[in-house]
Ligand binder design. Structure first.
Ligand code: ADP
Ligand code: MG
Length: 551
């Protein structure tokens, strides 16, 4: 039956390149019930590669008990990685170390599989190379599917699903245990390098401090011990190079599941955890930064703050408030990437510079209220400011990559007064924004433009959105996903000029939980599903963003 596609391609040999598109609109049998459809034919050989959709209704995977969305996502991740490793002229997006739902491979509860490879249709001198295309599409592709998708080792596939299911289960246990994160004993946190997200070889494995040790029962792995990071304010201290940022980064990454063997397999964080950092130069649109800023030069209202070029401190204030607006339950901050003047103002500076001439309220005076009045926890690295010892629920010391609970000693130290006075009491409820759908436009010169440049830039319509500071984007496909999610929010009427941003995200989240096809509009790109927080982060950095009202 594969002959039909092969015969058609042979017949098209030598025809003008554009005739490849005559292949669209029907499924081509590849044998064994599997079909391939051309979803996006490329216009010419230099355009982005064509997109194929391979459907495999008959698979052995129902035996893997694909009863939960987590197991289906895990199996899809496993199959995509297997297919990618042997893809030849086909490109199959499988992402990095995170196991995120993506359009390149999706699995249904009955075990059927959809694979969406990219393939550059061969066209020397803008003519169809029918022989080459037939060999690839009717020969290599079905073989790839048979061997590296349908023919994977079922026990390996099961182990992968089980591992991901354990991590997801562990994450779901966190609220009931009063935790915001869990770091398993034996976990490997550091990465091979700044550009290689695989585990660092020879690293010191994580070992939990006894006072924070928690034991949990996981469905597959069974009894597992590790450090539970309780809700509240947790401060990470320690000398330079002792592993503070590495631990914080692992917590940032813990909102996602990781491939078995990643080292962070059982490092999980509340899905509402958002990394916040300073990002001078970014745009801010009508954000209520009143908690952090009591007055602005020129008399602008800090509770309705807009700028095209934020400073370090105002950008961090805005990012914090935006995270809260989107529903963050945990804030993750690292002194390496925060604005010092928004984090601290010590006793001596209070003495020298009167509060009346300092419009900033430092985070150290707000972090308690976030925890106590808003149930928003914070984990922060501040090796340089002892003032945080006054407000911390617990203090963890990193020493030669070993984590110690030094809360009691920190209390002793904090007992001696510094003369510092708190400069803010409570963190006020933030004003909700109602975004204007007209400010979110994915079209540029009459065409849809949604793509990613690495994890640095989201191209959305006329806008190039700088998302470098949005650290929890897992890979470029997820940046594209955030752009498509925004486009969908407008198209589906979620973002309608009446709903607040949080309400828009609620609606959108329900759609994102379904098959990717429900909101990608059959995009000709690799798409991974983002969290609501990354969608919000992309929207917030859109320079065309308009906000109609504040509530
Ligand atoms: P800090 O933030 O305390 O200055 P980092 O987290 O940046 O320290 O870590 C400093 C270096 O130590 C990094 O190169 C990191 O990869 C490495 N590192 C961190 N944790 C470990 C570990 N458990 N084993 C080995 N190397 C580690
Ligand atoms: Mg650091």
């Amino acid at each position: 039956p594969a002959g039909t596609l092969a015969a058609t391609l042979e017949r098209l040999d030598g025809a003008p390149y554009a005739r490849y598109r005559s292949l669209t609109g029907r499924p081509w049998p590849l044998g064994g019930g599997t079909t391939a459809s051309l979803r996006h034919g490329q216009a010419d050989p230099f355009a982005p590669p064509s997109r194929w959709e391979v459907r495999c209704p008959r698979t052995p995977f129902a035996a893997l008990a694909l009863t939960t969305a987590v197991r289906r996502r895990a199996l899809a991740g496993f199959l995509a990685r297997s297919a990618r490793s042997a893809a030849g002229p086909f490109r199959i997006d499988a992402g990095g170390q995170e196991v995120v739902q993506r359009s390149s491979c999706e699995v249904s509860a009955d075990g059927s599989v959809v694979l969406r490879p990219a393939y550059a249709l061969p066209g020397p001198r803008r003519r169809i190379d029918g022989h080459r295309a037939a060999a690839d599409l009717a020969g290599t592709l079905p073989a790839l599917v048979t061997e590296h998708v349908l023919g994977v080792d079922l026990e390996q596939a099961r182990a992968f699903c089980d591992a991901v299911e354990d991590a997801a289960h562990l994450r779901s246990l966190l609220p009931g245990l009063g935790l915001v994160a869990f770091v398993a004993d034996g976990a490997v946190l550091p990465r091979a390098s700044g550009v290689d997200d695989r585990p660092l070889a020879g690293a010191v494995p994580f070992d939990s401090p006894p006072s924070l040790r928690v034991e949990v029962d996981l469905p597959h792995r069974g009894r597992t011990s590790g450090m539970g990071v309780p809700t509240g304010v947790t401060v990470l201290v320690g000398g330079g190079f002792h592993g503070k940022s590495t631990l914080l980064r692992a917590l940032e990454a813990g909102v996602d599941d990781h491939v078995p063997g990643d080292g962070r397999d059982l490092v999980v964080t509340d899905p509402g955890a958002v990394a916040v950092r300073a990002e001078d130069g970014r745009a801010v649109t009508r954000v209520d930064v009143g908690a952090f800023v009591s007055g602005l030069p020129g008399g602008a209202d800090p509770r309705d703050f807009t700028t095209a070029d934020a400073s370090g401190s105002t950008s961090q204030a805005a990012a914090t408030v935006e995270a809260l607006e989107a529903g963050a339950r945990v804030l993750l901050l690292d002194e390496d990437t925060t604005a010092t003047n928004l984090m601290v103002r010590d006793a001596r500076m209070q003495e020298l510079v009167a509060k009346s001439s300092e419009p900033l309220n430092p985070f150290v005076d707000l972090v308690r209220s976030l925890a106590d009045d808003h149930a928003v926890s914070t984990v922060l690295v501040v090796g340089s400011s002892g003032d945080y010892l006054d407000v911390a629920d617990r203090v963890l010391l990193l020493e030669s990559y070993r984590c110690h609970d030094v809360t009691d000693r920190a209390r002793e130290v904090a007992r001696r007064p510094t003369g510092r006075v708190a400069e803010a009491g409570t963190f006020p409820a933030v004003r909700a924004r109602v975004p204007d759908p007209a400010g979110v436009d994915a079209t540029a010169r009459g065409r849809r433009r949604v793509s990613a440049v690495g994890t640095d830039t989201l191209r959305l319509g006329e806008d190039d959105v700088d998302v470098r500071a949005v650290r929890q984007f897992t890979d470029p496909a997820q940046v594209t996903g955030a752009g498509l999610a925004l486009d969908h929010a407008v198209a589906a009427g979620h973002l309608d000029g009446r709903r607040t941003l949080a309400e828009v995200l609620d609606r959108l989240e329900a759609d994102l939980a379904g098959p990717t096809g429900g909101w990608t509009g059959g995009a000709a790109a690799d798409v991974a599903v983002p969290r609501r927080h990354e969608v919000a982060a992309a929207l917030n950095r859109l320079r065309s963003l308009r906000v109609l009202r504040l509530r």
